[in-house]
Design a protein around this ligand. Sequence first.
Ligand SMILES: Cc1cc2nc3c(=O)[nH]c(=O)nc-3n(C[C@H](O)[C@H](O)[C@H](O)COP(=O)(O)OP(=O)(O)OC[C@H]3O[C@@H](n4cnc5c(N)ncnc54)[C@H](O)[C@@H]3O)c2cc1C
Length: 435
Amino acid sequence: METNNSNGSKEFEDSISGSQTSAQANLPFDIVIVGAGSGGVAVSSSLLKRNGNLRIALVDPATKHYYQPGWTMVGGGVFSAKSTERETHKLLDKRVSQIHQFVSKVEPDANSVILQDGSVVSYDQLVMSPGLTLNWGAIEGLEDTLGKNGVTSNYRYDLAPYTWELVQNTKHGKAIFTQPPMPIKCAGAPQKALYLSADHWLKNQCLDNIDIEFCNAGGVLFGVPAYVSGLQSYMDKYGVSLSYNHNLIKVDGEAKKAWFNLTDAEGNKSEICKDFDMLHVCPVQQPPAFISESGLSDQAGWLSVDPFSLQHTQYENIWGLGDVMNTTNAKTMAAVRKQVPVVAKNIISARAGQAPSAKYDGYGSCPLTVERGKIILAEFCYGGRVAPSFPDWLNVGTKPTKLAWWLKSVALPFVYWNMMLKGRELMTNCPEEKV
Ligand SMILES: Cc1cc2nc3c(=O)[nH]c(=O)nc-3n(C[C@H](O)[C@H](O)[C@H](O)COP(=O)(O)OP(=O)(O)OC[C@H]3O[C@@H](n4cnc5c(N)ncnc54)[C@H](O)[C@@H]3O)c2cc1C
C-alpha cells in the first residue's frame, strides 16, 4: 500500500500537517480517521494513550472544531458562540498527521480512502466519524432566508446568536419551532430551543402575548417514555400548541409564511400554511452520501456496524463512531464519549490479532434545558432503557434539577475540552490500557 497523488505529490504534502515529515506521510498509516469532530479527535487521543507509536492520520477539510452541544446555550443567551469554537490543530496530539481534505470515497477492498483532489491514503485500520449531513436545501426557500426575516436555527454556529437576538426582540406574535423526521443529532435540541425561549418570554412578562407552536414531523414529544410527562408539563406551563406529524417543507421569509406536510390519524396527507414572526428550524438530517457510494452503508445509507463492537458489518478493519452509524442510540456527543474507548480498545485488539471484546451499550444522553437554571437529564441505553449516571438520591433524571444545569453549563464543556478530547476517559467503563 502506498500514498499516491494523481495530481502530483506536492499538493498532497502541503495538505498534511503534524510532526511527521511528508516522506513518513507517504507510508500507509496504521490508522486513518475520517472526520475531526467529537469522535475523530477523541479517538485519536484515546488510541495514542493506548499505544504511543501508532501512525495516525486524521482527515477533515475543516480547520475549526465546535462543541455543538453549546449551541443550544448560545441560542438561549447563556454561552457566547466563540466559547464553542477551537482551532482543530490545537486540540490534537502532535503525533497525529492532519490531512486537510474532504474524503470523497472509501475503497475498502484496497484499504484506502480517496481524497477530493484524487490523492489516495492507505490504512491498516479505518475509523469513520464524518458525522451526518445537514440538508438545509431540503426545505424550499430556507437557505435564502436563514439568519434574517425571523428565521433561525441553533444547528449552525453562525445562526445560534441570531436565535438569542430574536428571542430578546420578540415581544408578541407567533413563534414556531420545527423538528424534522428522525434520526437527528440531539433529538431534544429542537425543543430545548423552545423551552429556553419560552422561559425568557415568561420571565420578561411577554409570554401571554406570544403564541408558541411546536411543529414536529414525528408523533411523540420524546422517544423515551420515562421523560415525556416531565417535558409535557413544561409545554403546558408555557402554553405551547403541540402539532405532531407536521413536516416543514417550504419557507417564505419575507412573507413570514411556513408550509408543512401534515399526516392525519387516518394517514391522509395535506399541506398547511402557517404565519410566523419567529421560526426556529431544525434541518433535515441524512447520512453523508459517500458512505453508500463506498458500499459501506445499510439500506438507509447509514454506516453499517455491529451495534456493540462498532466494527463494520462487512469489513473487519473498518470501525464506526458517532452520528454516521446505523446504531439505534441517540446521536449525541454523550454517546460518542462512551463509544470512543470501545473503538480504541477494539482496534488495539484487532492489531494484536484478537477479536473485539469491548462493547458499547447504546448509552446516549440529552440534557433538556426546560428553563434557564434547570435541566431534565435524559440518559438511556439501547431499547430506551433509562440509565442514570447518578444515584437516585440526587434526583437527577426525570425531574428538572439545578445540578443537571450545572453539569451542562459548567462541568460537561470542561470534561469535553480537557478530558474527552485528550484521551482521559471518565465514567466510560472502558479504562485505557497500554498494549
Ligand atoms: C444544536 C445541537 C445541540 C446538541 N446538543 C447536544 C447535547 O446537549 N448533548 C450531546 O451529547 N450532544 C449534543 N449534540 C450532538 C453532538 O454535537 C453530536 O452528536 C456529535 O458532535 C457527533 O460527533 P461526530 O464526531 O459523529 O460528528 P461531528 O462532531 O459533527 O464531526 C464530523 C466531522 O467530520 C467532518 N467531515 C464530514 N464529512 C467529511 C468527509 N467526507 N471527509 C472528511 N471529513 C468530513 C466534518 O467537517 C466534521 O468536522 C448537539 C448537536 C447540535 C447541532
